[in-house]
Ligand binder design. Structure first.
Ligand SMILES: C[S@@+](CC[C@H](N)C(=O)[O-])C[C@H]1O[C@@H](n2cnc3c(N)ncnc32)[C@H](O)[C@@H]1O
Length: 341
């Protein structure tokens, strides 16, 4: 699922969609993005932000999140430049339970997550309290607008979704490995389409950490979202980054596609987007795994100007490159299409 875009796009065009991700944070964000909020929910959220934003100032008595602090979730955000943002977050989070429903509470947690990421993650200068408050209101506007747009699009595709049992979409915090059993208990037909962007070989994107003032990592997103973490980056990325031959990576890819092959039929289309830092051997090895797990590559007739018949794109300034982990400025990503053999 990652950030949930596939589920959003699927549901607005009227597809029943099921998403899985082993990251609780990815599942949380996807859930918030695909939740339909009524006018009452949105009014309460806007009122809540208006009420608390006056109190978000550094002269207020602190409300320390002791339990989270003791468990290490505030690591690297209490330094000279960062403590004001941490304090504002503590003040705001201490008021979340004033909102009456989990949907409203999760929406404002997501708003705080977005604002805190803007303030702390991968930036040189940490913003002031005033700038933080201003940005909170900008993101509030964007998110409320997005929620209204989503609700209207769902109404257009699904009619009155409140009486339609086949909605909502499902966001599951589960591994795809072994998911075939559960899939059958949710749905009695094979999926028509599977869309995935699996972890990329050699690339460790720290979706579960923010990098504060240089390369100091913080697990603070879990505190803000009210979720537990405890997994290292190789948990989310199919294994260690620099292993010779990427043995664990390819073992995990094999397990994942074996599970997928058990829940599809020969009409299911499987589309994936993936990047290979060393395509010369990694792409062919990856395609071997697809074949071994029962998939046959198909080529889209509309793909022109491509030497190998696949769709490629160049992506400048991806986050991991921006962090100079690889020393490159651009990554090449390819779209692969498969069907069961
Ligand atoms: C390369 S990211 C792509 C995410 C998405 N395309 C995006 O841009 O946000 C890979 C995603 O796969 C998830 N993931 C890793 N192992 C998984 C597994 N065994 N089952 C389900 N999801 C997994 C990670 O948590 C991460 O969100």
């Amino acid at each position: 699922m990652g950030g949930g875009t596939t589920l959003v796009e699927a549901s607005v065009i009227g597809r029943r969609a099921i998403g899985t991700d082993i990251s609780s944070l990815a599942s949380f964000i996807s859930k918030v993005k695909t939740t339909i909020l009524c006018d009452d929910d949105l009014e309460n959220v806007v009122l809540w932000v208006e009420n608390i934003s006056g109190d978000l100032n550094l002269h207020k008595s602190p409300v320390r999140a002791i339990e989270w602090l003791e468990k290490g979730y505030q690591r690297n955000i209490s330094g000279k430049g960062t403590w004001p943002i941490r304090k504002l977050l503590e003040l705001a989070l201490s008021e979340v339970l004033r909102l009456s429903t989990p949907s409203q509470q999760n929406f404002v947690r997501c708003l705080l997550l977005k604002t805190a990421q803007w303030a702390l993650d991968c930036r040189g200068k940490i913003p002031t309290a005033t700038e933080f408050r201003q940005q909170l209101l900008i993101f509030l506007d964007e998110m409320v607008y997005g929620a209204l747009e989503y609700r209207n699009a769902i109404k257009n595709s699904w009619g009155d979704y409140r009486f339609n049992n086949s909605f909502p979409t499902l966001c599951l915090n589960k591994s795809i490995i072994g998911f075939e059993e559960e899939y059958r208990s949710i749905c009695n037909k094979p999926p028509k389409l599977i869309v995935t962007s699996p972890p990329y070989p050699n690339v460790h994107v720290l979706y579960h950490r923010w990098q504060v003032q240089g390369r100091k990592e913080t697990p603070a997103p879990y505190w803000i979202a009210n979720l537990e973490d405890g997994n290292g980056s190789s948990f989310y990325t199919f294994g260690p980054r620099y292993q010779k031959g990427l043995k664990t990576y390819f073992e995990m890819v094999t397990k994942a596609f074996l599970s997928i092959s058990k829940l599809v039929d020969d009409k299911t289309i499987l589309i994936q987007m993936i990047s290979f830092p060393e395509p010369s051997w990694q792409l062919s090895k990856y395609l071997d795994v697809m074949e071994e797990t029962g998939f046959q590559e198909i080529f889209l007739p509309g793909v022109k100007n491509s030497s190998d018949g696949r769709l490629w794109r160049q992506v400048p300034n991806r986050r991991w490159y921006a962090n100079k982990q690889e020393g490159l400025l651009t990554s090449s990503e390819v779209v692969l299409c498969h069907k069961k053999q």
